[in-house]
Design a binder for this molecule. Structure first.
Ligand code: SF4
Length: 265
């Protein structure tokens, strides 16, 4: 069996927000100390957000939990959310060197622990540079738009985000069930973006970039992929047929469509 073919085992339940903080901390520290601190860590090459995995794990080992969270958020403002919904078994954890000894490091759990550690203290995006006097508009308050906004704000620009929905978060807010991604985690990470000085306007549909151009030096368009890819088959518009995003969004709002006793997915 190739190393990468080994089944992935989740070693702990430390992602449970209900777990006592000290128990969760102990589980995270034990996992962090399993890390080999590789000289050329393959875990970092597997992270699409380029999170410095080795560094934040070392900070956790030193009980610098705040520092670990800052390290993650500098690369990815939605580290706590991604620690729950990324396909880590296929990404950072896939080629973890520790797998050749027993099992890969549960990087996702450690990332969740570091980011959630701020839940009570309040997240602050670090290192805001001096104001540049430039104004930037971002269309779309999903993860891409808010990540762009956070990065622009940290570079010293004045940033405003325009979101047509009534709440920010995009797919993180309405496309992922709360049992997989607790809303308090998303809200906390959106607040961290706000803490960098980003102004978020909700319920504001922008008709064209030209509408914003006179007031802003730059515009970022991050409107996401909110239209489902349709199959183009007969009956897909019939009553009782729902697109996945439409169903998940309604469920997230507490208004799931009425389903019969038998469901085909
Ligand atoms: S590859 Fe695994 S063991 Fe090596 S630094 Fe990354 S997490 Fe630690």
């Amino acid at each position: 069996m190739k190393r990468s073919d080994k089944p992935f085992h989740r070693p702990t339940d430390a992602d449970d927000l209900e777990l006592h903080p000290l128990v969760r901390q102990q589980l995270a520290l034990e996992e962090a100390w399993r890390c080999l601190q590789c000289a050329d860590p393959p875990c970092q090459k597997g992270c699409p957000a380029s999170v410095p995995v080795k560094l934040f794990i070392r900070q956790l080992r030193n009980k610098d939990f705040r520092g670990a969270a800052v390290t993650i958020r500098l690369a990815n403002p939605f580290g706590g959310s991604c620690g729950r919904v990324c396909a880590q078994a296929e990404q950072c954890q896939h080629d973890c060197t520790r797998a050749s000894i027993d099992r890969p490091i549960d990087i996702a759990m450690l990332q969740r622990f570091a980011c959630d550690h701020e839940l009570s203290a309040g997240a602050v995006l670090p290192h805001v540079l001096p104001a540049t006097g430039k104004r930037v508009a971002v269309i779309g308050a999903g993860p891409a738009g808010l990540s762009a906004a956070a990065e622009l704000a940290r570079l010293g620009h004045a940033v405003e985000v325009f979101e047509k929905a009534s709440r920010p978060g995009g797919l993180l807010d309405g496309g992922i069930p709360p049992q997989r991604l607790p809303r308090q985690v998303v809200e906390h990470e959106v607040e961290a973006v706000r803490s960098a000085g980003v102004v978020i306007h909700t319920g504001r549909k922008i008709g064209s970039v030209a509408e914003l151009r006179p007031r802003f030096d730059g515009v970022v368009v991050a409107v996401g992929l909110c239209r489902p890819r349709r199959l183009g088959i007969k009956g897909e518009d019939a009553d009782g047929v729902y697109q996945a995003l439409e169903f998940l969004d309604a469920s997230a709002r507490g208004e799931p469509p009425e389903l019969g006793g038998r469901v085909l997915v």
